[in-house]
Design a protein around this ligand. Structure first.
Ligand code: UD1
Length: 421
């Protein structure tokens, strides 16, 4: 067991490079099951969810191993469609194995997937889409079982809402289906185009990834491919938020600033100077200058304000000169971090999807608990602006999305270290 100890009040300074995007890497690892030849994902961060994915791949019979900073996978002919409950329960992304295993094995059993407790996270869009392609769907008390007696067939599917996960599931399923699939109302997040680029490099024919209408010509044998996943836009936003709360000057390089444009706009509105180049950006904030509040933020699917960055924006606005509000349109319990913010002395109130931030005052160090991945990162970011030391317990969920956020912040000059407890 560890705690993180963070002492606030130090301005940050330096350059940092985000790792490859967790939200690309996790579906990419599942997508390698569709390929008949070895695949290589380059420059993969050592995240807890990546570890879980490797164990899941091996549990269903694939070979998957680190080779330096890369992951090499080799699907075998003998795959099994039973996803072990402890692996399914460890991360939401176990849902990405539904389509590949259904295609490869003809049957897949998925115990209820885990992940951050952000509220109900149904998988109905994944399941109804797969059913439209010919899968038989059986929802049992603690698991879902999908079977097929013939190849999946292409279908014209309109998604009830632009779910990132369901778009990825149906895009993967469509690659192995006979005929053409059209996905309408698809999610457009950059990670979807990234996974499509990998699949196309392996031989798939996916058109329109990154737009609301995807057309997939299925039934092509997929070879293997090597792929460099996108830089992580949420990690980039985390470093930007850290620079904003602590003050100082931080350059995030090797990233795509246009992938976090709404977040950078929020930092500008808060009074930070933000300069962008095509593959880097710099956030500058005078530590003595108070941040501006009065923001009304509402999360939305791409290209809107990303839900994963909402707790980070909250951390930035905690002590601003005027109240702000953030509404999360995607998840019911995005702001479980409000309790930790309040323990640090912030005027804050979470009611369902709405977070109210009173602004004013100052933060002080406190004992807080990381409630979930992004909420935990947001508490760390807030602690950089607090007087005194914050002790953050249960940091394990943060390791699901950042290889070592403590070390990243330390590299930028923060006083932040893990300690055994
Ligand atoms: C992905 C991201 C996550 C991000 C989220 C929204 C990965 C690994 N995770 O999660 O970091 O916060 O997108 O950008 O990529 N929904 C349904 N039925 C479904 C599927 C989704 O009702 O079958 C709802 C969800 O409850 C939620 C909304 O749709 O309210 C969006 O969810 P979705 O885009 O699917 O998120 P994830 O793919 O789980």
């Amino acid at each position: 067991m560890q705690i993180y100890r963070i002492t606030g009040g130090r301005a940050l300074c330096g350059r940092i490079r985000p790792a490859a995007a967790k939200n690309s890497v996790l579906p990419l690892l599942a997508a390698t099951l569709l390929c008949s030849e070895p695949c290589r994902l380059r420059g993969v961060p050592r995240l807890a969810d990546v570890d879980t994915s490797l164990r899941l791949l091996r549990a269903v019979g694939a070979e998957a191993a680190w080779q330096g900073g890369d992951i090499l996978t080799k699907p075998t002919a003998l795959l099994c469609g039973d996803i072990p409950p402890q692996l399914a329960g460890a991360m939401r992304s176990s849902v990405f194995y539904l389509a590949p295993l259904l295609l490869r094995c003809g049957r897949v059993t998925l115990p209820l997937p885990g992940g951050c407790r952000l509220g109900p996270r149904p998988v109905d869009i994944h399941l109804s889409g797969l059913a439209a392609m010919g899968a038989r769907v059986e929802a049992r008390a603690a698991c879902v079982v999908l079977t097929r007696t013939a190849p999946l067939r292409g279908a014209d599917i309109t998604l009830r809402l632009p779910s990132v996960g369901a778009t990825l599931t149906l895009m993967m399923a469509a690659c192995g289906a006979v005929g053409t699939t059209v996905l309408r109302g698809a999610a457009c997040e950059p990670e979807i185009a990234d996974v499509a680029a990998f699949l196309n490099a392996a031989g798939a024919q996916i058109h329109g990834a990154g737009t609301p209408v995807l057309v997939v010509r299925g039934g092509r044998a997929l070879r293997g491919a090597a792929h460099i996943p996108l830089p992580d836009r949420i990690a980039a936003a985390t470093y930007a938020a850290a620079a904003a709360t602590a003050g100082g000057q931080v350059t995030v390089e090797g990233c795509r600033p246009k992938h976090l444009a709404p977040f950078l706009q929020h930092l500008r509105a808060a009074g930070c100077a933000v300069e962008t180049a095509p593959d880097s950006f710099t956030v500058l904030r005078e530590p003595a200058r108070r941040l501006r509040g009065g923001q009304e933020l509402c999360t939305a699917a791409w290209p809107g304000f990303a839900t994963d960055t909402a707790p980070l924006a909250a951390a930035v606005l905690l002590t601003a000169d005027a109240p702000s509000r953030i509404y999360d349109a995607l998840f019911e319990n995005r702001f479980a971090c409000a309790e930790g913010f309040a323990a640090m002395g912030a005027r804050v109130g979470a009611k369902g999807r709405l977070l109210w931030l009173g602004g004013g005052g100052a933060l002080h160090g406190a004992a807080v608990t990381a409630p979930d991945l992004r909420g935990g990162a947001a508490l760390m970011v807030a602690a950089l602006a607090a007087r005194g030391t914050t002790q953050l317990t249960d940091p394990g969920c943060i390791a699901r999305g950042y290889a070592d956020l403590c070390a990243d912040l330390r590299d930028l000059g923060a006083a932040c270290a893990p300690e055994p407890c």
